[in-house]
Ligand binder design. Structure first.
Ligand code: BDR
Ligand code: CA
Length: 309
């Protein structure tokens, strides 16, 4: 089984990423950690606990992390995820408690005691992961790969040049990309096409179980926000692609490029500058997603929700 840690900022698509990870027999989840992003840190932590309660997963350690980026003020996404970070349906009150240690300390301790390398999946701003890498020099050897949802070659969603997760904490993203650890970057170029249409969401609703009813309500809210903001045809499920890739790397095609993170530009802060033509001659540092098997992806997600009904 592949050992993973999932660092997230739930968030509708993070919520589905948690459900997919928990449903996947091939993954051993060592812990779930949260970071501020889609909403403030207290809300993303609460949403992770509620999601796990919804699906009856009471034994996965959860730890809350940073509530602001390395520099500057936190930017959140209430226009996409609502004021709770998970608007659209009522989730149960948490029946589990977070650990009393900080996410970064939890990840460090967990990695150091792991008997094999661990895959870190990050579906929010990279603050926790960057601080972990700054804090411990030995930690790199314990990480198999960091799979992030963030950035794009062409697309953007929070400014005309940046994707949300990278934009919230570009300095952190720079630290992760320059760490020398293998990185896979699931980009908006692919995830904006991972659309669950209103019909797909109705199909989940028609499963009519305790989890599918809640998840379909949440996805409907997320879809409507994306239809309004971007003119999409439904809900782009960005984050679960990272988990799907951990389960089955063939679900996306990737290409290896050098990526720099713009931290200074007046209009371009948070842009992932991907050297597609190799013009900089810099060493490659990330596998970048270029396509997704959407039909298989939809089946995986629907199957995961069904499993917990
Ligand atoms: C990313 O931003 C967040 O709003 C989503 O949860 C996803 O991680 C997409 O740009
Ligand atoms: Ca996210």
């Amino acid at each position: 089984m592949k050992k993973i840690i999932l660092d997230c900022d739930p968030g509708h698509d993070d919520m589905v990423a948690i459900i997919l990870a928990c449903a996947s027999d091939g993954l051993d989840i060592l812990g779930i950690t949260t970071v501020a992003g889609n909403q403030t840190g207290d809300k993303t932590l609460l949403n992770a606990l509620k999601t796990l309660t919804l699906i009856g997963e009471k034994n996965i350690p959860v730890a809350g992390g940073f509530d602001r980026p390395l520099t500057g003020k936190l930017v959140t996404a209430p226009h996409i995820h609502g004021l709770s970070g998970l608007d659209g349906a009522d989730l149960p009150d948490p029946e589990i408690k977070p650990l009393k240690i900080h996410a970064v300390d939890f990840i460090e301790l967990t990695l150091m005691k792991a008997d094999e390398k661990v895959t870190v999946i990050a579906t929010g701003p990279l603050t926790n992961i960057a601080v972990l890498l700054l804090k411990s020099a030995q930690i790199k050897e314990k990480i198999e790969r960091i799979i992030i949802m963030g950035g794009a070659v062409y697309e953007s969603n929070i400014t005309p040049s940046a994707e949300f997760n990278i934009y919230v904490d570009p300095e952190a993203a720079g630290i992760v990309l320059n760490s020398g650890i293998p990185v896979t970057m699931v980009t908006l170029d692919v995830s904006n096409k991972a659309i669950f249409t209103l019909e797909d969401i109705d199909n989940i609703k028609s499963l009519n179980g305790k989890v599918s009813r809640v998840v379909s309500g949440l996805l409907r809210f997320f879809a409507e926000a994306n239809i309004k903001s971007f003119g999409f045809e439904g809900a782009p499920l960005h984050d679960p692609i990272t988990v799907a890739y951990a389960v089955d790397p063939d679900i996306i095609e990737t290409e290896l490029y050098h990526v720099d993170i713009e931290t200074k530009g007046e209009y371009t802060r948070g842009k992932t500058v991907v050297d597609v033509y190799g013009v900089t001659k810099k060493n490659t540092n990330a596998e970048i997603s270029v396509s997704l098997d959407l039909a298989r992806y939809k089946d995986l997600i629907t199957g995961a929700v069904k499993k917990f009904d």
